[in-house]
Ligand binder design. Structure first.
Ligand code: PLP
Length: 428
């Protein structure tokens, strides 16, 4: 088969990027369910270790099925390389550990996923890495003032889960670059269909592929994508420019200049931590990616209709959806998410936690589950679930109150979703 045109539109890339079967080979990305790969001689194996990017060694850090998915996601985001991980959490962790060590700091927006907040504020702190929190609404001056001499990265979420704030990616990228460090974006909710952060200056993108990318709630996974554009040789990253003693003195920016960040993450961190997805999971993820473009358009349409309906109800304190005209982030959404603001809505019900619970337990079609961005409509109460571990202060900073419900609008007929929401609101 011929290679896909690299300038193909994103719908085409969803189907064809990453895997081009040759004459007589399987049409669908095959599941290579093997831990290891065979070579003819000891010398051949030794050669593989000399340059592990050239051939396969071991499925703790590389696998042909996963490789096809990595290439597809890199193409969708417009990056040069990607590495899948066994969860979104693993992707966030490795994205920071790849460039920060004990004694370093990095900046993160306060409005990010609750699991990431725990990881950054508790676990990384224990490892000697400080997270400096900056409001998602910070001015450029406030953001610039937060940097310290040891700050090695900046981290934010395109559309935050669950606060649904929209990050001013361009401004955050400018601030990061002015201090010689990369901007890492968690693009989980937007997906590359709605926003491609590299086009706005981001350097590294991570995803929880468990959400829209998979879409069907069948695999937990993550990915890190490298834009290939950041200048690692600016003096701030000796870990990239000095020999890696744990890999026979490799200098990532020299030997792997095309994507030093991803090659280092794989050869050093994935080798040591081994949080790599199974081939079968990558196969399932690939099925989700094939329809991602079609699904995202429908999620956006359905969510906007549901948000507009809920807005009419007198039981509601507020409806947060960046696509609504009265939303605080509408201007940023128009800029960064011109094709739609994804499928997740945050609702705050009058009467706080009790009313929220009554509403959620009255839903019939929408399921109550610890998930989001599923193909089926689902709801979650962040304050008692994903964000349960946070202090009141952290909850407020992440934009969450006791009455807040996260409604993840699925692909059922929108009239059925609205009817379900209506009957549940009537019971409150
Ligand atoms: C779910 C989620 C994560 C964590 O991903 P897992 O796959 O659950 O580990 C990270 N960021 C965002 C925005 C998420 O929604």
């Amino acid at each position: 088969m011929k290679e896909m045109n690299p300038n193909a539109k994103i719908e085409t890339k969803c189907l064809h990027a990453g895997y081009t079967p040759k004459n007589g080979e399987p049409r669908v990305v095959p599941i290579v369910q093997s831990t290891t790969y065979v070579y003819d001689s000891t010398d051949d194996v030794a050669a593989v270790f000399d340059d592990p990017t050239k051939s396969l060694i071991y499925s703790r850090f590389e696998n042909p099925t996963t490789d096809a998915v990595e290439k597809k996601i890199a193409a969708l985001e417009g990056g040069v390389a990607a590495m899948c991980t066994s969860s979104g959490q693993a992707a966030s962790l490795l994205s920071i550990l790849n460039i920060c060590e004990a004694g370093d700091s990095f900046i993160a927006s306060t409005s990010i996923y609750g699991g990431t907040i725990n990881l950054f504020s508790v676990t990384l702190k224990r490892m000697g890495i400080e997270c400096i929190w900056v409001s998602v609404d910070a001015t450029e001056e406030e953001l610039n003032a937060a940097f310290k001499p040891n700050t090695k990265a900046v981290f934010g979420e395109t559309i935050a889960n669950p606060a649904l704030t929209v990050l001013n990616i361009e401004m955050w990228a400018n601030a990061a670059h002015a201090h010689g460090v990369p901007l890492i974006i968690d693009n989980t909710f937007a997906t590359p269909i709605l926003c491609r952060p590299f086009e706005w200056g981001a350097d590294i993108i991570i995803h929880s592929t468990s959400k829209y990318m998979d879409g069907h709630a069948v695999q937990v996974g993550g990915v890190i994508v490298d834009s290939g554009k950041f200048d690692w040789k600016n003096g701030n990253f000796p870990c990239m420019t000095e020999p890696d003693e744990s890999y026979h003195g490799i200098v990532y920016t020299e030997q792997y200049a095309f994507a030093p960040y991803i090659v280092k993450a794989r050869m050093q961190l994935m080798r040591d931590f081994g949080c790599y997805p199974a081939a079968n999971s990558s196969f399932l993820l690939n099925l989700g990616l094939e329809t991602l473009a079609v699904r995202m358009k429908q999620y956006c349409q359905n969510a906007l209709a549901v948000a507009r309906f809920i807005q009419q109800s007198d039981k509601i304190q507020s409806v947060t959806y960046p696509g609504l005209d009265d939303n605080k982030y509408k201007a940023l959404a128009d800029k960064y998410l011109p094709d739609g603001a994804s499928g997740v809505i945050a609702i705050s019900i009058k009467g706080g936690r009790d009313a929220a619970v009554k509403f959620m337990d009255s839903l019939k079609l929408a399921s109550n589950e610890v998930h989001v961005a599923d193909i089926r409509t689902c709801v979650l109460h962040p304050a008692s679930a994903t964000h349960r571990q946070l202090t009141d202060e952290q909850l407020a900073a992440a934009g969450i109150d006791g009455g807040l419900i996260r409604l993840s609008v699925g692909l059922e007929n929108v009239e059925d979703i609205i009817a379900d929401v209506k009957q549940a609101l009537d019971k409150v």
